[in-house]
Design a protein around this ligand. Sequence first.
Ligand SMILES: Cc1cc2nc3c(=O)[nH]c(=O)nc-3n(C[C@H](O)[C@H](O)[C@H](O)COP(=O)(O)OP(=O)(O)OC[C@H]3O[C@@H](n4cnc5c(N)ncnc54)[C@H](O)[C@@H]3O)c2cc1C
Length: 339
Amino acid sequence: MKRISNASLKHLNSFSVEARAGHLLELESEEDLQTLISEHTFDAASDLILGGGSNIVFADDIEGTVILNRVTGKRIIKDTSAGVVLEVNAGENWHQLVLWCLDHGLSGIENLSLIPGLVGAAPMQNIGAYGVELADVLDSVLTLDLKSGTPREFKQQECHFTYRNSRFKSADAGKYLITGVRLCLQREFKPILTYRGLSEELSTMGIDSPTARQLSDAVTRIRQRKLPDPKISGNAGSFFKNPMVSLTKADLLAREFPGLPVYPSDNEAKLSAGWLIEQCGWKGRSMGRVEVSEQHALVLINKGNATGQEILVLANAIQASVRDRFGIELEPEPLIISQ
Ligand SMILES: Cc1cc2nc3c(=O)[nH]c(=O)nc-3n(C[C@H](O)[C@H](O)[C@H](O)COP(=O)(O)OP(=O)(O)OC[C@H]3O[C@@H](n4cnc5c(N)ncnc54)[C@H](O)[C@@H]3O)c2cc1C
């Protein structure tokens, strides 16, 4: 296990903001997991588990210990003619996993191509994109209880997945270290093309009936066009969740604000946070060293040496505008570290 005191977190978060951790522990093997449990008492108030840092804003330092679970490895634990159950350790890179599955003729997560971060964080907010969510392919989440050190497996239904949320991000936040996931993957590829832009991209590529790899390529092309690359412009992807409102409220809003995109589901409707922000005139605007992306109004960008506090100042200003104009409360998607 690697141990560093008074560690910089600047290169461990995709916003590239400076913050420090009292201690940093990097777990590299299954034995390190056991050592962590026997030697360290996790305190959710001052410690943090960090994956790739692509969904987090450090507006303050971490006084305690930051734990990086970098244990890699994957194994097929069930193999049938239809598909497999693949167990993947938390330290694997998510996009590399997607590519590995494509190389091995396994489909199910190609719509989730190019999402930054590690496998261990994927269940936290039930990562989703282009018509697919992790919940659609997840068999179970493997964890260690950070208090007792006992392993616990949560089957899909026990994870309480909803849009960009799970029990691990809400009721049980700070309670479990995710050590791996089990995914149900198929050999026969059934493209999911519910997201209209995806079919359009495939048409542009001259493809009628895509292979899984072609679908992954289409997703990658859209993402590279729409989203700024965190390696060039520090960001955390969508900064706000798309608000969910009752069908009645969505109907009233749609009448009052023609053009408002509304996506009804069972009992609720999802509104486009990006549209709301754009209507308030924020797209492309800056406050100090933080900018609302020209490419995508949902993405806030560190223009260089911004602090986490500066990111929050802009986020708060956007929330206030949307609240005043539409009466809607935008909820940030990343974890915000602030005292
Ligand atoms: C350019 C860009 C595009 C993005 N696009 C999408 C998208 O399309 N869809 C989407 O859903 N998200 C998207 N995201 C957000 C982000 O990539 C995902 O949420 C990703 O799963 C975060 O992974 P991470 O390893 O970086 O997690 P981190 O940011 O390190 O951590 C996120 C949360 O998970 C917790 N955590 C991490 N690992 C563990 C573990 N092993 N055990 C317990 N808790 C853990 C952390 O404490 C924190 O609360 C995007 C981000 C960027 C920068």
